[in-house]
Design a protein around this ligand. Structure first.
Ligand code: PLP
Length: 369
Protein backbone atom coordinates (compact mmCIF):
# COMPACT_ATOMS: atom_id res chain seq x y z
CA UNK A 1 0.00 0.00 0.00
CA UNK A 2 1.34 3.40 -1.02
CA UNK A 3 1.84 6.01 1.76
CA UNK A 4 0.97 9.72 1.81
CA UNK A 5 4.69 10.50 1.67
CA UNK A 6 5.05 8.44 -1.52
CA UNK A 7 2.08 10.31 -3.07
CA UNK A 8 3.79 13.57 -2.12
CA UNK A 9 7.04 12.39 -3.72
CA UNK A 10 5.17 11.63 -6.96
CA UNK A 11 3.52 15.07 -6.85
CA UNK A 12 6.92 16.75 -6.36
CA UNK A 13 8.37 14.78 -9.27
CA UNK A 14 5.54 15.98 -11.56
CA UNK A 15 6.04 19.53 -10.30
CA UNK A 16 9.76 19.39 -11.03
CA UNK A 17 8.85 18.46 -14.63
CA UNK A 18 6.89 21.70 -14.91
CA UNK A 19 3.31 20.51 -14.21
CA UNK A 20 1.21 22.94 -12.13
CA UNK A 21 0.82 20.54 -9.21
CA UNK A 22 -0.88 21.49 -5.95
CA UNK A 23 -0.53 19.04 -3.12
CA UNK A 24 -3.10 18.80 -0.38
CA UNK A 25 -1.93 15.27 0.34
CA UNK A 26 0.68 15.46 3.01
CA UNK A 27 0.44 16.47 6.67
CA UNK A 28 3.33 18.87 6.70
CA UNK A 29 3.16 22.47 7.91
CA UNK A 30 4.19 24.86 5.15
CA UNK A 31 5.69 27.40 7.60
CA UNK A 32 9.47 27.67 7.88
CA UNK A 33 11.30 26.44 10.97
CA UNK A 34 11.68 29.30 13.47
CA UNK A 35 14.98 31.17 13.16
CA UNK A 36 15.91 30.51 16.79
CA UNK A 37 15.70 26.76 16.23
CA UNK A 38 17.88 27.07 13.13
CA UNK A 39 20.40 29.17 15.07
CA UNK A 40 20.62 26.58 17.87
CA UNK A 41 21.29 23.79 15.41
CA UNK A 42 24.01 25.87 13.69
CA UNK A 43 25.48 26.86 17.05
CA UNK A 44 25.65 23.22 18.14
CA UNK A 45 27.56 22.37 14.96
CA UNK A 46 29.92 25.34 15.40
CA UNK A 47 30.53 24.30 19.01
CA UNK A 48 31.50 20.82 17.83
CA UNK A 49 28.49 19.08 19.34
CA UNK A 50 28.77 16.56 16.56
CA UNK A 51 29.62 13.48 18.57
CA UNK A 52 27.45 10.42 19.17
CA UNK A 53 24.43 11.39 21.23
CA UNK A 54 23.48 9.60 24.45
CA UNK A 55 21.47 6.61 23.07
CA UNK A 56 18.46 7.64 25.16
CA UNK A 57 18.72 11.20 23.85
CA UNK A 58 20.76 14.29 24.79
CA UNK A 59 20.29 14.79 28.54
CA UNK A 60 19.42 18.52 28.28
CA UNK A 61 16.73 17.71 25.70
CA UNK A 62 15.23 15.02 27.90
CA UNK A 63 15.26 17.47 30.80
CA UNK A 64 13.50 20.08 28.65
CA UNK A 65 10.88 17.51 27.57
CA UNK A 66 10.38 16.33 31.16
CA UNK A 67 9.70 19.94 32.23
CA UNK A 68 7.44 20.67 29.24
CA UNK A 69 5.39 17.49 29.57
CA UNK A 70 5.19 17.66 33.39
CA UNK A 71 3.54 21.05 32.95
CA UNK A 72 1.21 19.95 30.16
CA UNK A 73 0.24 16.57 31.57
CA UNK A 74 0.08 17.74 35.19
CA UNK A 75 1.94 14.63 36.29
CA UNK A 76 5.62 14.27 37.19
CA UNK A 77 7.77 12.97 34.32
CA UNK A 78 11.48 12.29 34.70
CA UNK A 79 14.13 12.43 31.94
CA UNK A 80 14.78 8.69 32.55
CA UNK A 81 11.34 7.83 31.17
CA UNK A 82 11.96 9.55 27.83
CA UNK A 83 13.48 8.08 24.68
CA UNK A 84 14.41 10.50 21.89
CA UNK A 85 13.73 9.15 18.42
CA UNK A 86 14.13 10.24 14.80
CA UNK A 87 10.58 11.60 14.46
CA UNK A 88 7.59 10.06 16.23
CA UNK A 89 7.23 7.05 13.91
CA UNK A 90 9.89 4.86 15.56
CA UNK A 91 7.91 5.00 18.83
CA UNK A 92 5.17 3.01 17.08
CA UNK A 93 7.58 0.28 16.05
CA UNK A 94 9.42 0.30 19.40
CA UNK A 95 6.17 -0.07 21.34
CA UNK A 96 4.75 -2.96 19.31
CA UNK A 97 8.15 -4.63 19.14
CA UNK A 98 8.85 -4.43 22.85
CA UNK A 99 5.37 -5.36 24.10
CA UNK A 100 3.96 -7.92 21.72
CA UNK A 101 4.82 -11.56 21.08
CA UNK A 102 3.40 -13.67 18.29
CA UNK A 103 0.45 -14.82 20.47
CA UNK A 104 -0.57 -11.28 21.43
CA UNK A 105 -3.20 -9.10 19.83
CA UNK A 106 -3.37 -5.39 19.11
CA UNK A 107 -6.51 -3.28 18.75
CA UNK A 108 -6.51 -0.41 16.25
CA UNK A 109 -9.24 2.12 15.63
CA UNK A 110 -10.31 3.08 12.11
CA UNK A 111 -9.53 5.51 10.61
CA UNK A 112 -5.96 4.74 11.66
CA UNK A 113 -2.53 6.05 10.82
CA UNK A 114 -1.16 3.55 8.31
CA UNK A 115 2.06 2.98 10.24
CA UNK A 116 0.19 1.09 13.02
CA UNK A 117 -1.03 -1.85 10.90
CA UNK A 118 2.16 -1.76 8.87
CA UNK A 119 4.33 -2.65 11.87
CA UNK A 120 1.83 -5.20 13.18
CA UNK A 121 2.03 -6.97 9.82
CA UNK A 122 5.81 -6.78 9.59
CA UNK A 123 6.20 -8.09 13.15
CA UNK A 124 3.55 -10.74 12.52
CA UNK A 125 1.25 -9.55 15.28
CA UNK A 126 -2.48 -10.11 14.90
CA UNK A 127 -4.61 -6.97 15.04
CA UNK A 128 -8.32 -6.15 15.10
CA UNK A 129 -9.76 -2.90 13.87
CA UNK A 130 -12.75 -1.12 15.34
CA UNK A 131 -14.45 1.68 13.45
CA UNK A 132 -14.70 4.96 15.37
CA UNK A 133 -17.82 7.07 15.22
CA UNK A 134 -17.58 10.24 13.13
CA UNK A 135 -16.88 12.24 16.27
CA UNK A 136 -14.01 9.95 17.27
CA UNK A 137 -15.98 8.06 19.90
CA UNK A 138 -14.97 4.44 20.52
CA UNK A 139 -18.05 2.16 20.32
CA UNK A 140 -17.97 0.50 23.74
CA UNK A 141 -19.79 -2.67 22.70
CA UNK A 142 -17.30 -3.25 19.88
CA UNK A 143 -14.31 -2.70 22.10
CA UNK A 144 -15.57 -5.05 24.81
CA UNK A 145 -16.31 -7.65 22.16
CA UNK A 146 -12.71 -7.63 20.91
CA UNK A 147 -10.92 -7.67 24.26
CA UNK A 148 -9.59 -11.00 25.48
CA UNK A 149 -6.68 -12.38 27.45
CA UNK A 150 -4.41 -12.12 24.40
CA UNK A 151 -5.00 -8.40 23.99
CA UNK A 152 -1.76 -6.60 24.74
CA UNK A 153 -1.94 -3.17 23.14
CA UNK A 154 -4.49 -0.56 22.07
CA UNK A 155 -3.28 2.25 19.80
CA UNK A 156 -5.19 5.51 19.96
CA UNK A 157 -4.64 8.83 18.22
CA UNK A 158 -6.13 12.10 19.44
CA UNK A 159 -6.30 14.72 17.94
CA UNK A 160 -7.01 12.25 15.22
CA UNK A 161 -5.47 12.03 11.79
CA UNK A 162 -7.56 12.19 9.58
CA UNK A 163 -10.85 12.90 11.46
CA UNK A 164 -9.65 15.85 13.55
CA UNK A 165 -11.58 14.51 16.55
CA UNK A 166 -10.44 14.91 20.15
CA UNK A 167 -10.39 12.45 23.04
CA UNK A 168 -13.70 12.69 24.89
CA UNK A 169 -14.42 12.19 28.60
CA UNK A 170 -16.48 9.17 27.57
CA UNK A 171 -13.55 7.58 25.71
CA UNK A 172 -11.24 8.36 28.58
CA UNK A 173 -13.48 6.66 31.13
CA UNK A 174 -13.91 3.62 28.93
CA UNK A 175 -10.18 3.22 28.31
CA UNK A 176 -9.28 3.69 31.98
CA UNK A 177 -11.85 1.03 32.83
CA UNK A 178 -10.20 -1.32 30.30
CA UNK A 179 -6.76 -0.74 31.85
CA UNK A 180 -8.23 -1.49 35.23
CA UNK A 181 -9.91 -4.73 34.22
CA UNK A 182 -7.14 -6.07 31.96
CA UNK A 183 -3.75 -5.85 33.69
CA UNK A 184 -1.83 -7.05 30.59
CA UNK A 185 -3.01 -4.22 28.38
CA UNK A 186 -1.01 -1.11 27.52
CA UNK A 187 -2.15 1.87 25.47
CA UNK A 188 0.00 3.71 22.96
CA UNK A 189 -1.34 7.25 22.84
CA UNK A 190 -0.24 9.02 19.66
CA UNK A 191 -0.54 12.74 20.37
CA UNK A 192 1.59 14.29 17.64
CA UNK A 193 -1.17 16.86 16.93
CA UNK A 194 -1.67 17.82 20.59
CA UNK A 195 -0.65 21.47 20.02
CA UNK A 196 -2.97 21.83 17.03
CA UNK A 197 -6.37 22.14 18.67
CA UNK A 198 -8.83 24.80 17.46
CA UNK A 199 -11.82 24.21 19.71
CA UNK A 200 -12.28 22.18 22.86
CA UNK A 201 -9.42 20.80 24.89
CA UNK A 202 -6.89 18.06 24.29
CA UNK A 203 -7.27 15.36 26.94
CA UNK A 204 -4.39 12.91 27.35
CA UNK A 205 -4.95 9.50 28.89
CA UNK A 206 -1.24 9.54 29.75
CA UNK A 207 -2.03 12.00 32.57
CA UNK A 208 -4.19 9.35 34.24
CA UNK A 209 -2.08 6.21 34.04
CA UNK A 210 1.49 6.70 32.91
CA UNK A 211 2.44 3.19 34.11
CA UNK A 212 0.37 1.63 31.35
CA UNK A 213 0.30 4.34 28.70
CA UNK A 214 3.10 5.15 26.27
CA UNK A 215 3.04 8.72 25.04
CA UNK A 216 4.11 9.39 21.45
CA UNK A 217 5.05 12.98 20.65
CA UNK A 218 6.90 14.69 17.86
CA UNK A 219 8.48 18.01 16.89
CA UNK A 220 7.33 17.52 13.29
CA UNK A 221 3.89 19.12 13.30
CA UNK A 222 4.13 21.56 16.22
CA UNK A 223 7.46 23.10 15.25
CA UNK A 224 7.47 22.48 11.46
CA UNK A 225 10.42 20.13 11.88
CA UNK A 226 9.21 17.24 9.69
CA UNK A 227 12.49 16.93 7.80
CA UNK A 228 14.68 17.24 10.89
CA UNK A 229 13.25 13.97 12.28
CA UNK A 230 12.85 14.53 15.99
CA UNK A 231 10.28 12.91 18.26
CA UNK A 232 10.04 11.04 21.53
CA UNK A 233 8.27 8.37 23.48
CA UNK A 234 7.60 8.40 27.21
CA UNK A 235 7.64 4.79 28.35
CA UNK A 236 7.00 2.87 31.56
CA UNK A 237 10.28 2.06 33.30
CA UNK A 238 10.11 -1.71 32.63
CA UNK A 239 10.09 -1.08 28.87
CA UNK A 240 12.50 1.78 28.35
CA UNK A 241 15.68 0.08 29.54
CA UNK A 242 15.69 -2.49 26.74
CA UNK A 243 14.67 0.11 24.21
CA UNK A 244 17.68 2.28 25.00
CA UNK A 245 19.97 -0.68 24.28
CA UNK A 246 17.97 -1.43 21.14
CA UNK A 247 18.19 2.21 20.01
CA UNK A 248 21.89 2.25 20.77
CA UNK A 249 22.44 -0.75 18.50
CA UNK A 250 20.17 0.55 15.73
CA UNK A 251 20.76 4.26 15.11
CA UNK A 252 22.23 5.52 18.43
CA UNK A 253 19.85 8.47 18.12
CA UNK A 254 18.82 11.42 15.99
CA UNK A 255 21.63 13.77 14.90
CA UNK A 256 23.09 15.51 17.96
CA UNK A 257 22.77 19.13 16.67
CA UNK A 258 19.11 18.56 15.80
CA UNK A 259 18.50 17.52 19.41
CA UNK A 260 19.90 20.89 20.54
CA UNK A 261 17.40 22.54 18.17
CA UNK A 262 14.68 20.62 20.03
CA UNK A 263 15.69 22.23 23.34
CA UNK A 264 15.16 25.69 21.84
CA UNK A 265 11.83 24.61 20.33
CA UNK A 266 10.54 23.72 23.78
CA UNK A 267 12.06 26.53 25.85
CA UNK A 268 12.18 29.64 23.69
CA UNK A 269 9.38 32.17 24.17
CA UNK A 270 9.56 33.46 20.61
CA UNK A 271 9.05 29.89 19.37
CA UNK A 272 6.06 29.58 21.70
CA UNK A 273 4.52 32.70 20.13
CA UNK A 274 5.25 31.29 16.68
CA UNK A 275 3.38 28.07 17.52
CA UNK A 276 0.42 30.18 18.70
CA UNK A 277 0.54 32.18 15.48
CA UNK A 278 0.59 29.01 13.34
CA UNK A 279 -2.33 27.53 15.26
CA UNK A 280 -4.36 30.67 14.52
CA UNK A 281 -3.39 30.48 10.85
CA UNK A 282 -4.40 26.82 10.64
CA UNK A 283 -7.70 27.71 12.25
CA UNK A 284 -8.34 30.39 9.59
CA UNK A 285 -7.52 27.85 6.87
CA UNK A 286 -9.78 25.27 8.48
CA UNK A 287 -12.64 27.80 8.43
CA UNK A 288 -11.85 28.80 4.86
CA UNK A 289 -11.96 25.16 3.69
CA UNK A 290 -15.21 24.63 5.56
CA UNK A 291 -16.86 27.50 3.65
CA UNK A 292 -15.81 25.92 0.36
CA UNK A 293 -16.77 22.35 1.29
CA UNK A 294 -19.71 22.76 3.61
CA UNK A 295 -22.11 20.89 1.38
CA UNK A 296 -19.81 17.88 1.71
CA UNK A 297 -18.78 17.97 5.36
CA UNK A 298 -20.91 17.92 8.50
CA UNK A 299 -18.53 19.66 10.89
CA UNK A 300 -15.17 21.33 11.19
CA UNK A 301 -12.29 19.25 12.56
CA UNK A 302 -11.44 20.22 16.14
CA UNK A 303 -7.73 19.47 15.80
CA UNK A 304 -4.89 18.40 13.44
CA UNK A 305 -5.11 19.78 9.88
CA UNK A 306 -7.26 17.53 7.74
CA UNK A 307 -10.75 17.18 6.32
CA UNK A 308 -11.85 13.59 5.78
CA UNK A 309 -14.56 13.59 3.13
CA UNK A 310 -16.88 10.91 1.84
CA UNK A 311 -17.13 10.81 -1.97
CA UNK A 312 -19.27 8.61 -4.23
CA UNK A 313 -16.18 7.06 -5.88
CA UNK A 314 -13.38 4.65 -5.15
CA UNK A 315 -10.77 6.78 -3.39
CA UNK A 316 -7.71 5.34 -5.14
CA UNK A 317 -9.21 5.85 -8.60
CA UNK A 318 -10.39 9.33 -7.66
CA UNK A 319 -6.97 10.35 -6.30
CA UNK A 320 -5.21 8.99 -9.38
CA UNK A 321 -7.54 11.00 -11.60
CA UNK A 322 -7.04 14.10 -9.43
CA UNK A 323 -3.27 13.87 -9.83
CA UNK A 324 -3.14 12.90 -13.48
CA UNK A 325 -5.95 15.13 -14.80
CA UNK A 326 -6.10 18.05 -12.35
CA UNK A 327 -2.54 17.98 -10.99
CA UNK A 328 -3.97 17.82 -7.51
CA UNK A 329 -2.47 15.45 -4.94
CA UNK A 330 -4.88 14.08 -2.30
CA UNK A 331 -4.64 11.15 0.09
CA UNK A 332 -7.04 8.24 -0.59
CA UNK A 333 -9.22 7.24 2.36
CA UNK A 334 -8.40 3.56 1.81
CA UNK A 335 -5.02 4.24 3.46
CA UNK A 336 -6.86 4.75 6.75
CA UNK A 337 -8.70 1.41 6.74
CA UNK A 338 -11.06 -0.70 4.68
CA UNK A 339 -14.11 1.24 5.90
CA UNK A 340 -12.89 4.35 4.13
CA UNK A 341 -12.50 3.30 0.51
CA UNK A 342 -14.87 6.11 -0.46
CA UNK A 343 -13.12 8.89 1.39
CA UNK A 344 -10.36 11.36 0.61
CA UNK A 345 -8.18 13.26 3.03
CA UNK A 346 -7.50 16.91 2.29
CA UNK A 347 -4.73 18.59 4.25
CA UNK A 348 -5.13 22.29 5.05
CA UNK A 349 -1.47 22.67 6.01
CA UNK A 350 -1.08 24.80 2.88
CA UNK A 351 -1.38 28.45 1.82
CA UNK A 352 -4.82 30.02 1.28
CA UNK A 353 -3.99 30.47 -2.43
CA UNK A 354 -3.12 26.80 -2.85
CA UNK A 355 -6.17 25.75 -0.84
CA UNK A 356 -8.42 27.96 -2.95
CA UNK A 357 -7.08 26.62 -6.25
CA UNK A 358 -6.73 23.04 -5.00
CA UNK A 359 -10.31 22.91 -3.70
CA UNK A 360 -11.65 24.34 -6.96
CA UNK A 361 -9.89 21.53 -8.83
CA UNK A 362 -11.22 18.98 -6.31
CA UNK A 363 -14.81 20.19 -6.68
CA UNK A 364 -14.65 20.42 -10.45
CA UNK A 365 -13.42 16.79 -10.62
CA UNK A 366 -16.05 15.65 -8.12
CA UNK A 367 -18.98 17.31 -9.91
CA UNK A 368 -17.89 16.34 -13.41
CA UNK A 369 -17.02 12.68 -12.99
N1 PLP B 1 1.34 9.83 14.15
C1 PLP B 1 0.47 10.40 13.33
C2 PLP B 1 -0.99 10.25 13.60
C3 PLP B 1 0.90 11.11 12.20
O1 PLP B 1 0.00 11.65 11.38
C4 PLP B 1 2.29 11.21 11.96
C5 PLP B 1 2.78 11.90 10.75
O2 PLP B 1 2.07 12.18 9.82
C6 PLP B 1 3.17 10.61 12.88
C7 PLP B 1 2.67 9.92 13.96
C8 PLP B 1 4.66 10.61 12.72
O3 PLP B 1 5.24 11.80 12.46
P1 PLP B 1 6.80 12.02 12.56
O4 PLP B 1 7.48 10.70 12.40
O5 PLP B 1 7.13 12.99 11.49
O6 PLP B 1 7.04 12.58 13.92
Amino acid sequence: MITAIEIEAKAKELKSKGYPVISLAIGEPDFPIHENIKKSINKAILENKNYYPNPQGVVELREAIAEYETKRKKIHISPDEILITAGGKPVIFYTIFSLCNSDDEVILFEPYYLVYPYWCKVLNIKYHTIKLNEDGLIPKDQLLKHLNNKTRLLIINYPNNPQGSLMTEENLELLLEVLDKYPRIYILSDEVYSELVYEGEHISIFSYNKNRVILLESFSKTFCMTGLRLGYGIFPKEIIKNLVTFNSNLITGPATPIQYGGITALKDNEVKNYVNFMREEFKKRRDFVYEKLKILVKFKPKGAFYYFIEIPYDSLEFCNKALNEKFLALTPGSLFGDSFKNYVRISFANSMENLDEGLSRFLSLLWNL
